[in-house]
Design a protein around this ligand. Structure first.
Ligand code: HEC
Length: 201
């Protein structure tokens, strides 16, 4: 009697073991069979990243609304608009050490000079003709136009924060920006101040 209980016990254990192995096998099969994200998912993720990293606060022109600056939908990601007027400012304020932001945050003046936010829409005057490597070089190395022999990107473009994005995330951001409505606009050239003289000894 005892003997047959043992036999049944061993058989049950054996069956449980086989079952566990089978489950594992199906799980592995399922995880390797996960489909690659679709183009649509990639663009959605890119859009979410662009919203979270707030590229628009600087790169989209805005008009003043009752609650403050509002993005102008047809100019989204178009950068500082060529020829758009900027309010006058007091040189003394700058000399006193203030940094100035245009009301729509598309131009800034500080010790570096005056920068204008780039056109990052899909137009050829934006990033429409760019490669992903160029785009990555801006975000990782702070190189203007994403090329090796160009000047460093000026403030306040926060590339030193964005360099922590993964290759995959940069790829999604780029794909999304390439899918945006083209905005034709050649942004004015930045005014770059000469570096300050070295401190007197
Ligand atoms: C705080 C403002 C600010 C934010 C936020 C910002 N940028 Fe910029 N960005 C700038 C400015 C200003 C420039 C122009 C700098 C220059 O002329 O060197 C610039 C330049 C760039 C350039 C280089 C264009 C060129 O022609 O070389 C790219 C690409 C870019 N930004 C992408 C982005 C993306 C993508 C985001 C969001 C993930 C972003 N920026 C967020 C201010 C900003």
């Amino acid at each position: 009697m005892l003997q047959s209980f043992r036999v049944v016990g061993v058989a049950v254990l054996f069956l449980l073991l086989i079952n566990a192995c089978n489950n594992q096998a199906t799980e592995t099969k399922e995880s390797t069979a996960t489909p690659a994200p679709s183009e649509e998912d990639k663009l959605k993720e890119g859009e979410r990243l662009v919203a979270t990293l707030d590229c628009e606060i600087c790169h989209s022109p805005k008009r003043m609304g009752p609650k403050g600056p509002e993005v102008i939908p047809e100019l989204r990601f178009g950068g500082h608009q060529a020829g758009s007027p900027l309010p006058p400012y007091d040189e003394a304020t700058l000399k006193a050490g203030w940094v100035l932001f245009a009301p729509d945050f598309t131009s800034m003046i500080g010790p570096w000079g005056q920068s204008y936010t780039a056109n990052i829409s899909s137009d050829s005057t934006g990033i429409g003709m760019w490669t992903e490597d160029q785009f990555k070089k801006v975000l990782r190395e702070g190189k203007y136009k994403g090329m090796d022999n160009t000047r460093p990107i000026l403030p306040p473009m926060p590339w030193e924060a964005y360099k922590h994005l993964t290759d995959e995330e940069i790829s999604k951001v780029f794909a999304f920006l390439k899918s945006t409505k083209p905005v034709k606009n050649v942004v004015p050239a930045a005014k770059i101040n000469p570096p300050p003289p070295p401190p007197a000894k």
